[in-house]
Design a protein around this ligand. Sequence first.
Ligand code: BG6
Ligand code: MG
Length: 218
Amino acid sequence: MKNEKAFIFDLDGVIVDTAKYHYLAWKNLANSLGFDFTEEQNEQLKGVSRVKSLEILLGVGKVNLSEEKKEALLKEKNKEYLAYVNTMTSAEILPGVNKLLQFLEANKIKFALGSASKNAPLILEKVGLLKRFHAIVDGNDVTKAKPDPEVFLIGAKKLNTAPENCIVVEDAIAGIQAANSAKMTSIGIGDKTVLSEADYVFESMNEITSDFLQNLIN
Ligand code: BG6
Ligand code: MG
């Protein structure tokens, strides 16, 4: 029904902390090209597509490469990242996620994934959450990256509800901006000062209470 509330979750940094694996793989790549890549610099890659991430990384190292070489590096980086992903289990689901999903299921609220990652279905499968999502929108489905609202608008369509009824949970500024321009309610997970554009901010998913959720869906 078009007027039903629904949730759309980002993946990396909201459902699971895969940012650490992305970082390890990007850092190794930088090192192999002869420069270092700090955790602070890695912040710029959060929520950003794989191709754009490489551009930022090469910018940090002031390295110019052919398109062919870049393609090869993207493959190499993803191969290493997937080696980490393949070790993942449900133990890596972030605190508070299961409680929130259980609340939504008990209240018959549908939820989708809205992620920039092309590896999203595999990651959800590894942590045992894939079947619980009513729809998946990932990096293979979108042509325009966050902060463009495309990923979340497709999510609303797949959940058969209007964007205004959707509540987005995100840890990246670009994701909050995407939700806001889709006219959705935005919940930021992380630092209040960083995610100041969000309608609501919580330090972690664990801090979202049932009372808050109840008010949101009523
Ligand atoms: C986002 C991450 O969810 O997915 C980014 O926040 C990542 O750091 C992007 O670059 C693309 O991921 P993947 O798995 O397709 O390389
Ligand atoms: Mg994220």
